[in-house]
Design a protein around this ligand. Structure first.
Ligand code: PHE
Length: 471
């Protein structure tokens, strides 16, 4: 494995790195995925399985990705190429995933922006009474959807152009504490609504019936898939962020912190969302509000805010602004992972790094897929989609989350655990002068547990694809 170059940009502080990495991890996955899956897949039992997976699989791969990035001083393509020629393909798979994810993430961020503005206006004017109509109106307004998508993408590019310490780190240092405070505000409102306790029960009380219905395999693959997406693994982002990490920082501690912080925010998101949804269901009698994905975020929750009365618009504004921040910090990491390839090439050729030019070029490519997804409006505008898949968003999501992500993660574990000497990665984890006491356990996890879990996730993900196809 080739060693790091010395003049690479670096994080200004470990705290800055942590906030940026947690910013990458905390995103839509935490808000619209985790709370619903937690409740639907067995409550407390799911949480226990999820936590075990975080510690035995998530932390292991995160530490491996960070170490690989720091050791080689390169983004995902360069890092895997440094392992040997045949590993380059893994790097390209890790590169393709952020490209695809950006295609829909920027659109969803745009929707959050639209909702934040809509709720802000509702503070002074008429409330958004029909959330379903508001949502479909937005989806069908192609010009507006494209505009909001491009605004969010432009904002992301501005942050990335600022650089590692002056752009990404500086933004994360403001955005992440703000996100935290806003989330606490929404949680307080949510859990104090009448009927909120049913939502808490849904999420946390172990539900034996659910466990009977779901096989252990299904549970493991749901939890594993959710965890991988939520921790931003197998997509080149952590390799890239690791490549800017100074040698003096402790990788294992950082990996544990990022993983636990992401899980904590996912639970907090559950507290912000589910009690309010259950309270509103009790009030209106409309049980269809319990959903996940875009319809939870943009229909159910908007109904929740409307039902709160006059203050609803204030909480709606805070909530959608919070989700927008979470999405932007994730997009920043995705775009940085895409830019790193070109930055590496310029560094290798001894040329000055033209970050701005690279970011604009990457932005232009991403904008094309973003525009397609925005115009499609989750399939509401009758556009053609490959393989009869429901909508363009699902098409990109299937390619990235269902296929590439588990396959790449599997290959990372096999190549670092079996084909290469795992002690290389472990040595990098100790490069700060610390001693890692769990070497054997780590090697056991990366060789056996991670590949098995990833294969199960892959099978679960492939099985889910037919349900996303219309015909
Ligand atoms: N972790 C982010 C989320 O939970 C998504 C993401 C995946 C971001 C991969 C960056 C890289 O929504």
């Amino acid at each position: 494995m080739q060693k790091n170059n010395t003049d690479r940009a670096e994080w200004g502080s470990n705290l800055g790195f942590l906030l940026a990495a947690v910013g990458s991890a905390v995103g839509l996955g935490n808000i619209w995925g985790f709370p619903y899956k937690l409740g639907k897949s067995g409550g407390f039992a799911f949480l226990v399985v999820y936590m075990i997976l975080v510690m035995t699989v998530g932390v292991v791969i995160m530490a491996a990705e960070l170490s690989l990035g720091r050791r080689t001083g390169k983004g995902v393509v360069g890092a895997f190429a440094s392992l040997g020629k045949k590993y380059t393909i893994i790097g390209w798979m890790g590169y393709a995933a952020p490209l695809l994810i950006m295609g829909f993430y920027s659109v969803l961020a745009g929707y959050c922006l639209k909702y934040a503005i809509g709720n802000f206006q509702a503070m002074f004017g008429a409330p958004i009474a029909d959330s379903g109509a508001f949502f479909s109106g937005m989806l069908q307004n192609q010009g507006e959807s494209v505009l909001y998508t491009l605004i969010c993408l432009g904002l992301t590019l501005l942050i990335v152009i600022g650089g590692i310490d002056k752009g990404i780190e500086r933004f994360s240092k403001i955005a992440m504490p703000a996100l935290f405070v806003m989330m606490v505000v929404v949680i307080i409102r949510s859990v104090t609504l009448e009927g909120a306790s049913e939502g808490l029960k849904f999420m946390f009380v172990p539900n034996p019936d659910v466990l009977k219905e779901n096989s252990m395999l299904g549970l493991l693959s749901t939890a594993g898939g959710q965890m991988f997406f939520s921790l931003s693994l197998g997509m080149g982002t952590m390799v890239t962020y690791g490549s800017y990490l100074p040698k003096k920082e402790n990788i294992v501690k950082n990996a544990v912190f990022i993983s636990l912080a992401d899980t904590a925010v996912a639970i907090m998101a559950g507290l912000a969302v589910m009690p309010a949804v259950f309270a509103t269901m009790a009030k209106t009698g409309d049980t269809s509000l319990l959903k996940s994905g875009p319809s939870l975020l943009f229909v159910s929750l908007q109904t929740v805010f409307y039902e709160m009365g006059a203050v609803g618009a204030v909480f709606g504004f805070i909530f959608y602004a919070l989700v927008l921040i979470a999405a932007i910090t994730s997009m920043v990491s995705l775009v940085e992972a895409l830019c790193a390839y070109f930055i590496d090439r310029q560094e290798q050729q001894g040329k000055p790094v033209t970050r701005k030019k690279i970011a604009c070029m990457v932005g232009a490519v991403v904008a094309v897929s973003g525009i397609i997804v925005a115009m499609d409006g989750l399939g509401s505008n009758g556009m053609w989609v490959p393989f009869h898949i429901d909508c363009w968003l699902d098409f990109f999501d299937i390619c990235a989350e269902n296929i590439l992500m588990p396959t790449t993660a599997f290959l990372i574990a096999v190549s670092l655990g079996w084909c290469k000497n795992p002690h290389d990665i472990l040595d990098e984890m100790e490069a700060d002068g610390s001693t890692f006491r769990y070497r054997k356990a780590y090697i056991f996890c990366i060789r056996y547990i991670v590949p098995v879990v990833m294969l199960m996730v892959l099978v679960g993900m492939l099985k889910a694809i037919p349900t996303m196809i219309v015909k």
